[in-house]
Design a protein around this ligand. Structure first.
Ligand code: SF4
Length: 320
Protein backbone atom coordinates (compact mmCIF):
# COMPACT_ATOMS: atom_id res chain seq x y z
CA UNK A 1 0.00 0.00 0.00
CA UNK A 2 1.35 3.39 -1.02
CA UNK A 3 1.35 6.30 1.44
CA UNK A 4 2.98 9.68 2.00
CA UNK A 5 4.40 10.76 5.36
CA UNK A 6 4.80 14.50 6.00
CA UNK A 7 7.00 14.64 9.08
CA UNK A 8 7.88 17.70 11.12
CA UNK A 9 11.65 17.91 11.54
CA UNK A 10 13.39 20.15 14.04
CA UNK A 11 16.77 20.12 15.74
CA UNK A 12 16.75 23.16 18.08
CA UNK A 13 20.56 23.44 18.07
CA UNK A 14 20.66 23.65 14.23
CA UNK A 15 17.29 24.86 12.89
CA UNK A 16 15.74 28.30 13.35
CA UNK A 17 12.22 26.84 12.99
CA UNK A 18 10.53 23.47 12.41
CA UNK A 19 10.02 22.36 8.79
CA UNK A 20 8.20 19.48 7.10
CA UNK A 21 9.90 16.72 5.08
CA UNK A 22 8.09 14.39 2.70
CA UNK A 23 8.64 10.62 2.45
CA UNK A 24 6.96 8.21 0.01
CA UNK A 25 6.39 4.64 1.19
CA UNK A 26 5.07 1.40 -0.28
CA UNK A 27 4.42 -1.08 2.57
CA UNK A 28 2.27 -4.14 3.26
CA UNK A 29 -1.46 -3.53 3.83
CA UNK A 30 -1.42 -4.06 7.62
CA UNK A 31 1.61 -1.80 8.24
CA UNK A 32 1.36 0.54 11.21
CA UNK A 33 2.54 4.14 11.25
CA UNK A 34 5.46 2.99 13.41
CA UNK A 35 6.38 0.46 10.69
CA UNK A 36 6.40 3.40 8.28
CA UNK A 37 8.70 5.48 10.52
CA UNK A 38 11.05 2.52 10.98
CA UNK A 39 11.12 1.96 7.20
CA UNK A 40 12.04 5.62 6.67
CA UNK A 41 14.81 5.38 9.27
CA UNK A 42 16.12 2.11 7.78
CA UNK A 43 16.13 3.04 4.10
CA UNK A 44 15.61 6.78 3.57
CA UNK A 45 16.87 8.95 6.42
CA UNK A 46 18.58 7.54 9.51
CA UNK A 47 18.71 10.96 11.17
CA UNK A 48 14.94 10.92 11.88
CA UNK A 49 14.44 10.88 15.68
CA UNK A 50 11.43 9.33 17.47
CA UNK A 51 10.77 7.18 20.53
CA UNK A 52 9.57 3.57 20.39
CA UNK A 53 10.20 0.35 22.29
CA UNK A 54 7.72 -2.55 22.60
CA UNK A 55 5.66 -2.18 19.37
CA UNK A 56 2.68 -3.73 21.25
CA UNK A 57 0.91 -0.72 22.90
CA UNK A 58 2.40 -1.62 26.28
CA UNK A 59 5.36 0.70 26.82
CA UNK A 60 3.57 3.94 25.84
CA UNK A 61 6.69 5.37 24.14
CA UNK A 62 5.60 6.06 20.57
CA UNK A 63 2.92 8.75 21.07
CA UNK A 64 2.81 11.50 18.43
CA UNK A 65 0.26 13.65 16.63
CA UNK A 66 -1.10 12.16 13.39
CA UNK A 67 -3.31 14.41 11.28
CA UNK A 68 -4.21 16.49 14.34
CA UNK A 69 -4.87 13.73 16.90
CA UNK A 70 -2.36 12.18 19.27
CA UNK A 71 -1.97 8.44 18.80
CA UNK A 72 0.18 5.49 19.78
CA UNK A 73 1.64 4.90 16.33
CA UNK A 74 2.43 1.21 16.98
CA UNK A 75 -1.32 0.66 17.39
CA UNK A 76 -2.47 2.76 14.44
CA UNK A 77 -2.52 1.26 10.95
CA UNK A 78 -1.58 3.47 8.01
CA UNK A 79 -4.69 2.06 6.30
CA UNK A 80 -6.96 3.43 9.05
CA UNK A 81 -5.80 6.98 8.27
CA UNK A 82 -6.13 6.41 4.52
CA UNK A 83 -9.66 5.08 5.14
CA UNK A 84 -10.47 8.35 6.95
CA UNK A 85 -9.69 10.11 3.67
CA UNK A 86 -6.16 11.12 4.76
CA UNK A 87 -3.98 9.90 1.91
CA UNK A 88 -1.11 11.93 3.38
CA UNK A 89 -0.12 11.41 7.03
CA UNK A 90 1.01 14.62 8.71
CA UNK A 91 3.08 13.64 11.74
CA UNK A 92 4.13 16.14 14.40
CA UNK A 93 5.41 15.86 18.00
CA UNK A 94 3.05 15.78 21.01
CA UNK A 95 1.64 19.12 22.18
CA UNK A 96 2.15 20.96 25.51
CA UNK A 97 5.75 19.77 25.76
CA UNK A 98 8.98 21.20 24.36
CA UNK A 99 10.47 19.53 21.28
CA UNK A 100 13.93 18.07 21.92
CA UNK A 101 14.46 16.69 18.42
CA UNK A 102 12.08 15.88 15.54
CA UNK A 103 9.25 13.81 17.13
CA UNK A 104 10.81 13.57 20.60
CA UNK A 105 9.48 15.87 23.33
CA UNK A 106 10.64 16.70 26.84
CA UNK A 107 8.05 14.95 29.03
CA UNK A 108 9.11 16.70 32.27
CA UNK A 109 5.78 18.62 32.64
CA UNK A 110 3.86 15.34 32.29
CA UNK A 111 5.99 13.61 34.96
CA UNK A 112 5.85 16.62 37.28
CA UNK A 113 2.05 16.53 37.37
CA UNK A 114 2.15 12.80 37.81
CA UNK A 115 4.48 13.05 40.84
CA UNK A 116 2.31 15.84 42.30
CA UNK A 117 -0.60 13.44 42.85
CA UNK A 118 1.66 11.07 44.87
CA UNK A 119 0.93 7.96 42.78
CA UNK A 120 1.63 5.37 45.42
CA UNK A 121 -0.46 3.64 48.10
CA UNK A 122 -0.34 5.30 51.52
CA UNK A 123 -2.04 2.84 53.90
CA UNK A 124 -2.64 3.32 57.61
CA UNK A 125 0.48 1.71 59.22
CA UNK A 126 -1.73 0.27 61.97
CA UNK A 127 -3.73 -1.69 59.39
CA UNK A 128 -0.86 -3.01 57.26
CA UNK A 129 -0.55 -6.80 57.73
CA UNK A 130 2.81 -8.28 58.78
CA UNK A 131 5.39 -8.88 55.98
CA UNK A 132 4.45 -12.53 55.40
CA UNK A 133 0.73 -11.75 54.93
CA UNK A 134 -1.11 -10.18 52.01
CA UNK A 135 -3.16 -6.99 52.27
CA UNK A 136 -6.26 -8.39 50.58
CA UNK A 137 -8.87 -6.47 48.61
CA UNK A 138 -11.77 -7.96 46.73
CA UNK A 139 -12.34 -7.43 42.98
CA UNK A 140 -15.52 -5.50 43.92
CA UNK A 141 -13.50 -3.10 46.09
CA UNK A 142 -11.12 -2.45 43.21
CA UNK A 143 -13.89 -2.14 40.59
CA UNK A 144 -13.98 1.72 40.67
CA UNK A 145 -10.28 1.90 39.71
CA UNK A 146 -10.30 -1.00 37.26
CA UNK A 147 -9.97 1.22 34.18
CA UNK A 148 -7.38 3.53 35.82
CA UNK A 149 -5.08 0.54 36.28
CA UNK A 150 -4.78 0.17 32.48
CA UNK A 151 -2.91 3.47 32.06
CA UNK A 152 0.48 3.01 30.37
CA UNK A 153 1.54 6.66 30.82
CA UNK A 154 1.73 7.29 27.09
CA UNK A 155 0.64 10.98 27.48
CA UNK A 156 -1.74 10.77 24.49
CA UNK A 157 -4.53 12.37 26.57
CA UNK A 158 -2.12 14.93 28.05
CA UNK A 159 -1.14 16.04 24.54
CA UNK A 160 -4.75 16.23 23.29
CA UNK A 161 -6.17 18.04 26.34
CA UNK A 162 -7.16 21.62 25.47
CA UNK A 163 -6.77 22.83 29.08
CA UNK A 164 -3.27 21.37 29.51
CA UNK A 165 -2.27 23.29 26.40
CA UNK A 166 -3.19 26.70 27.88
CA UNK A 167 -2.78 26.11 31.63
CA UNK A 168 0.49 24.58 32.81
CA UNK A 169 -0.91 24.46 36.36
CA UNK A 170 -3.66 21.95 35.44
CA UNK A 171 -2.65 18.43 36.48
CA UNK A 172 -4.13 16.97 33.29
CA UNK A 173 -6.15 13.80 32.58
CA UNK A 174 -3.53 11.08 33.23
CA UNK A 175 -2.43 12.42 36.63
CA UNK A 176 -6.06 12.83 37.70
CA UNK A 177 -6.92 9.31 36.51
CA UNK A 178 -3.98 8.00 38.56
CA UNK A 179 -5.17 10.02 41.57
CA UNK A 180 -8.62 8.42 41.14
CA UNK A 181 -6.96 5.01 41.31
CA UNK A 182 -5.64 5.75 44.84
CA UNK A 183 -8.60 7.81 46.11
CA UNK A 184 -10.89 4.84 45.41
CA UNK A 185 -8.51 2.21 46.85
CA UNK A 186 -9.94 0.99 50.20
CA UNK A 187 -6.40 0.45 51.58
CA UNK A 188 -5.35 4.10 51.18
CA UNK A 189 -5.57 6.28 54.30
CA UNK A 190 -5.01 9.70 52.70
CA UNK A 191 -8.28 10.05 50.81
CA UNK A 192 -9.33 13.44 52.18
CA UNK A 193 -5.80 14.93 52.01
CA UNK A 194 -5.49 13.73 48.41
CA UNK A 195 -8.84 15.27 47.44
CA UNK A 196 -7.98 18.61 49.04
CA UNK A 197 -4.69 18.67 47.15
CA UNK A 198 -6.41 17.75 43.88
CA UNK A 199 -8.61 20.85 44.13
CA UNK A 200 -5.38 22.93 44.16
CA UNK A 201 -4.03 20.90 41.23
CA UNK A 202 -7.00 21.81 39.03
CA UNK A 203 -9.65 19.16 39.70
CA UNK A 204 -12.37 21.65 38.73
CA UNK A 205 -10.47 23.13 35.75
CA UNK A 206 -11.36 20.39 33.23
CA UNK A 207 -13.44 22.00 30.45
CA UNK A 208 -15.16 18.81 29.25
CA UNK A 209 -13.73 18.66 25.74
CA UNK A 210 -13.60 14.86 26.22
CA UNK A 211 -10.56 14.42 23.96
CA UNK A 212 -9.10 12.19 26.67
CA UNK A 213 -11.80 9.62 25.97
CA UNK A 214 -9.79 8.60 22.89
CA UNK A 215 -7.34 6.87 25.25
CA UNK A 216 -5.68 3.91 23.45
CA UNK A 217 -6.07 1.78 26.61
CA UNK A 218 -9.70 2.83 27.33
CA UNK A 219 -8.85 4.37 30.70
CA UNK A 220 -11.54 7.08 30.47
CA UNK A 221 -9.91 9.93 32.46
CA UNK A 222 -13.01 12.13 31.89
CA UNK A 223 -15.07 9.71 33.99
CA UNK A 224 -12.30 9.57 36.63
CA UNK A 225 -12.34 13.40 36.89
CA UNK A 226 -16.15 13.52 37.19
CA UNK A 227 -16.05 10.80 39.86
CA UNK A 228 -13.31 12.61 41.83
CA UNK A 229 -15.48 15.74 41.82
CA UNK A 230 -18.46 13.77 43.11
CA UNK A 231 -16.38 12.09 45.81
CA UNK A 232 -14.85 15.41 46.90
CA UNK A 233 -18.29 16.99 47.34
CA UNK A 234 -19.46 13.94 49.28
CA UNK A 235 -16.35 14.29 51.47
CA UNK A 236 -17.42 17.86 52.29
CA UNK A 237 -14.70 19.60 50.25
CA UNK A 238 -17.03 22.31 49.00
CA UNK A 239 -15.26 25.52 49.94
CA UNK A 240 -13.98 26.14 46.41
CA UNK A 241 -15.46 27.78 43.34
CA UNK A 242 -15.77 24.53 41.35
CA UNK A 243 -17.83 22.68 43.97
CA UNK A 244 -19.95 25.77 44.67
CA UNK A 245 -20.63 26.25 40.96
CA UNK A 246 -21.63 22.61 40.56
CA UNK A 247 -23.96 22.68 43.59
CA UNK A 248 -25.64 25.96 42.62
CA UNK A 249 -25.99 24.83 39.01
CA UNK A 250 -27.74 21.63 40.11
CA UNK A 251 -29.96 23.56 42.53
CA UNK A 252 -30.94 26.07 39.85
CA UNK A 253 -31.94 23.45 37.26
CA UNK A 254 -33.71 21.36 39.91
CA UNK A 255 -35.71 24.40 41.04
CA UNK A 256 -36.80 25.78 37.70
CA UNK A 257 -35.99 23.20 35.07
CA UNK A 258 -33.57 25.64 33.47
CA UNK A 259 -30.33 27.31 34.52
CA UNK A 260 -30.86 30.81 35.92
CA UNK A 261 -27.48 32.28 34.95
CA UNK A 262 -27.99 35.66 36.58
CA UNK A 263 -28.99 34.15 39.93
CA UNK A 264 -26.18 31.59 39.64
CA UNK A 265 -23.57 34.38 39.56
CA UNK A 266 -25.28 36.18 42.45
CA UNK A 267 -25.44 33.03 44.58
CA UNK A 268 -21.82 32.15 43.83
CA UNK A 269 -20.78 35.63 44.93
CA UNK A 270 -23.04 35.45 48.00
CA UNK A 271 -26.49 37.06 47.92
CA UNK A 272 -25.65 39.24 50.98
CA UNK A 273 -22.16 40.09 49.71
CA UNK A 274 -22.96 43.63 48.54
CA UNK A 275 -19.33 44.52 47.72
CA UNK A 276 -18.99 41.39 45.60
CA UNK A 277 -22.27 42.07 43.78
CA UNK A 278 -21.17 45.66 43.03
CA UNK A 279 -17.85 44.31 41.75
CA UNK A 280 -19.76 42.01 39.35
CA UNK A 281 -21.98 44.83 38.05
CA UNK A 282 -19.66 46.13 35.25
CA UNK A 283 -19.45 42.63 33.77
CA UNK A 284 -23.24 42.35 33.96
CA UNK A 285 -23.58 45.62 32.04
CA UNK A 286 -21.05 44.47 29.41
CA UNK A 287 -23.00 41.20 28.98
CA UNK A 288 -26.25 43.15 28.67
CA UNK A 289 -24.78 45.40 25.96
CA UNK A 290 -23.49 42.35 24.04
CA UNK A 291 -26.91 40.66 24.29
CA UNK A 292 -25.57 37.87 26.51
CA UNK A 293 -27.79 38.54 29.51
CA UNK A 294 -30.99 36.53 29.22
CA UNK A 295 -33.93 38.91 28.69
CA UNK A 296 -36.63 38.90 29.82
CA UNK A 297 -35.01 37.71 33.04
CA UNK A 298 -35.10 34.06 33.92
CA UNK A 299 -38.18 32.00 33.10
CA UNK A 300 -39.09 28.51 34.25
CA UNK A 301 -39.55 25.78 31.67
CA UNK A 302 -43.18 25.01 30.81
CA UNK A 303 -43.30 21.92 32.99
CA UNK A 304 -40.70 22.17 35.81
CA UNK A 305 -42.44 19.30 37.63
CA UNK A 306 -41.11 16.92 34.97
CA UNK A 307 -37.52 18.08 35.59
CA UNK A 308 -38.02 17.80 39.36
CA UNK A 309 -39.25 14.24 38.84
CA UNK A 310 -36.00 13.40 36.99
CA UNK A 311 -33.98 14.94 39.84
CA UNK A 312 -35.91 12.94 42.42
CA UNK A 313 -35.45 9.71 40.45
CA UNK A 314 -31.68 10.25 40.05
CA UNK A 315 -31.43 11.23 43.73
CA UNK A 316 -33.23 8.06 44.78
CA UNK A 317 -30.98 5.93 42.57
CA UNK A 318 -27.86 7.51 44.16
CA UNK A 319 -29.16 6.60 47.60
CA UNK A 320 -29.81 2.95 46.63
S1 SF4 B 1 -5.02 7.71 30.41
FE1 SF4 B 1 -4.79 6.63 28.43
S2 SF4 B 1 -4.07 8.21 26.98
FE2 SF4 B 1 -3.77 9.01 29.07
S3 SF4 B 1 -1.65 8.49 29.60
FE3 SF4 B 1 -2.95 6.82 30.39
S4 SF4 B 1 -3.03 5.30 28.72
FE4 SF4 B 1 -2.22 7.19 27.82
Amino acid sequence: MKSTFLIQRYVPEQDSAPHVERYELDLWDEATILDGLLAIKDSQDDSLAFRRACRHAICGSCSMVVNGYTKLVCKTAIASEVKRGRSELKITPMRSMKVLKDLIVDMSPFWKHFRDVEPWLQPDPAKVPPPNEEYRVTPQQLAPSRKDLNCILCAVCFSDCGVTEVDSHFAGPPALAKAHRFVTDPRDSKRKERLEKLVDLGLWDCAHAYNCMECPKHVDPAHAIADLRRISIEAGITNNIGAKHSQQFTKSVGRNGRLDETRLVMELTGITNVTGQIRNAPQGVRMLLKGKLPLPMHQKVDNPKEVRRIFETVGTKDEQ
